[in-house]
Ligand binder design. Structure first.
Ligand SMILES: [Zn+2]
Ligand SMILES: [Zn+2]
Length: 294
């Protein structure tokens, strides 16, 4: 019998809060600035890795719906909700692509009265179905060899189908983004990095985003040029994985994610990320430089 929660984060019995983070998020919560609060938590997770305290603060924000609170100044966006950094505390439907954030993991009581639950889960193997895929008349677990029944509570499963592309790369040295269509803005670049480099150490890395013809211009050539001008350290091609994505409404993108070498200066990068965005037709002095706030 397969266990359906291998990607899930397991909350400890007692979550030790991080006082500074709690104060900051609570203040934003009180101001109805949920979107900013989620950004604060994302920044924390990117820097320090998985954290029960940060996940504990994130759940109520990710569960909040737009209509629930009239005082909501900044709602949580769909992109924030789908961010791979929150995948370990999400529950994914085993039948369709739907995922959601259940608050049941925060509830200590054994007996729960949940009316109209958003999904159901097997009490034995955590096989989960969303509300649309679950047939209340038949609550037997569909998992082969499992004698459990679907119901509540619903606990995190992680999102096996929403995993980041390059999860086995260790420290990142460089990310080249090649784009067609609209240029990448800082918000999109951050989302692409989250998708490709979740839980990786990308302190001090360079992100080069350039206009490129994805069909005729091979990625290896772009990487070779980066190696020649010193943007990335030698032997980069062997340490690089590619990922093609479509940014809805913006165009096609290809990410070339280069892991840091085991030794040498590039293996010990620290500090903020440096971004370069360049159009194909622009001379080098036309480049726009900007830095991500840390
Ligand atoms: Zn479903
Ligand atoms: Zn089951």
């Amino acid at each position: 019998m397969a266990q359906n929660d291998v990607e899930a984060f397991r909350f400890p019995e007692d979550v030790v809060p991080i006082p500074g983070l709690t104060v900051e998020v609570d203040q934003l919560w009180d101001q109805g600035r949920f979107g900013t609060a989620v950004d604060v938590l994302l920044r924390f997770l990117r820097t320090y890795g998985r954290s029960a305290a940060a996940f504990r603060l994130a759940l109520p924000l990710l569960r909040a719906t737009r209509t629930a609170d009239a005082n909501l100044v900044e709602p949580v966006t769909d992109a924030q909700r789908a961010n791979p950094y929150f995948a370990p505390i999400a529950t994914e439907c085993a039948r369709c692509q739907a995922f959601w954030y259940s608050g049941h993991v925060l509830v200590r009581e054994h007996r729960m009265a949940v009316t109209n639950p958003i999904g159901s889960q097997c009490d034995s193997c955590r096989y989960s179905l969303c509300r649309d895929c679950f047939t209340p008349a038949d609550s037997r677990c569909p998992e082969e060899g499992c004698a459990g029944a679907l119901g509540v509570p619903v606990l995190p499963t992680g999102r096996p189908r929403g995993l980041p592309a390059n999860r086995h790369t260790e420290k990142i040295e460089h990310v080249a983004i090649r784009w067609e269509g609209e240029p990448t803005g800082i918000g999109e670049i951050t989302r692409l990095l989250d998708l490709a480099c979740t839980w990786q150490d990308f302190a001090g890395i360079r992100v080069t985003s350039r206009e490129s013809d994805l069909d005729t211009e091979p990625g290896d050539l772009v990487l070779a040029a980066c190696e020649l001008d010193g943007t990335v350290s030698p032997g980069a091609l062997n340490r690089t994985r590619g990922l093609r994505v479509d940014s809805p409404g913006l165009g096609r993108r290809e990410l070339l994610i280069t892991a840091a070498p085991r030794t040498g200066p590039a293996s010990r990068l620290t500090g903020p990320i440096t971004y370069t965005v360049a159009r194909k037709t622009q001379a080098p002095q036309g480049r726009g430089w900007f830095r991500r706030a840390t």
